[in-house]
Design a protein around this ligand. Structure first.
Ligand code: FES
Length: 75
């Protein structure tokens, strides 16, 4: 894993879940979705909450955290 530099004042929001992974992402397969893939934010930083807009990347770099979206996948 690469060296993590934490920004001053920034705090991780995931203290214990799967910390050996670079980014925690889970998927759920759903049969009735209008789009093939819908990412839901779990870092609380998205500008399009509840959908993920990629803001977790900046949050993870600033805090050393490893949060990522929940992916709803169309079956
Ligand atoms: Fe929050 Fe992607 S922006 S998980």
């Amino acid at each position: 894993r690469s060296m993590v530099v934490k920004a001053e004042g920034a705090q991780a929001i995931n203290p214990e879940i799967r910390k050996t992974e670079d980014k925690v992402v889970d998927s759920v397969v759903v049969s009735e979705l209008s789009k093939p893939l819908t990412p839901y934010c779990r870092c609380w930083r998205s500008g399009t909450f509840p959908l993920c807009d990629g803001s977790h990347v900046k949050h993870n770099k600033a805090t050393g955290d490893n949060v990522g979206p929940l992916l709803l996948k169309k079956q």
